[in-house]
Design a protein around this ligand. Structure first.
Ligand code: FES
Length: 122
């Protein structure tokens, strides 16, 4: 079970929710279920509205990074991922700082997800 903590200036205080192990819910789906107002449009990794910053509570427990070509492309267009971060994700399983909430799935690791509330503006 992973604890996902959402943090945003739009929220009175941070909110921690549980992501069940083996669950394939995206951070966006988890946020919606818990009435956390991450902006979104396409839900498909194309628009970049759901940009989030992800930090790992315990970097040692990081799992394989699922970064699709679509997500890489959108993050690149937003200027939120470097070629070095892409290589690090693919070769060393080092997660990039920014992700798309509609693509990111928290697995067993505890994470904090921050967003500004401005579409694409994390
Ligand atoms: Fe469009 Fe996530 S909602 S990229």
């Amino acid at each position: 079970m992973a604890i996902v903590t959402f943090s945003s200036p739009l929220m009175h205080k941070d909110k921690a929710v549980y992501a069940i192990a083996g669950d394939t819910k995206t951070a966006l789906a988890l946020a919606e279920e818990n009435r956390i107002p991450i902006p979104f449009e396409c839900r498909d990794g194309n628009c970049g509205s759901c940009l989030i910053e992800v930090s790992y509570d315990d970097p040692e427990t990081k799992k394989a990074i699922m970064l699709t070509d679509k997500e890489k492309m959108t993050l690149k267009e937003l200027g939120k991922i470097t070629a070095e971060e892409i290589e690090n994700a693919e070769v060393n399983d080092m997660p990039p700082r920014y992700r798309l909430a509609c693509q990111f799935i928290a697995r067993d690791e505890n994470v904090t997800i921050s967003f500004t509330g401005t579409p694409g503006g994390s």
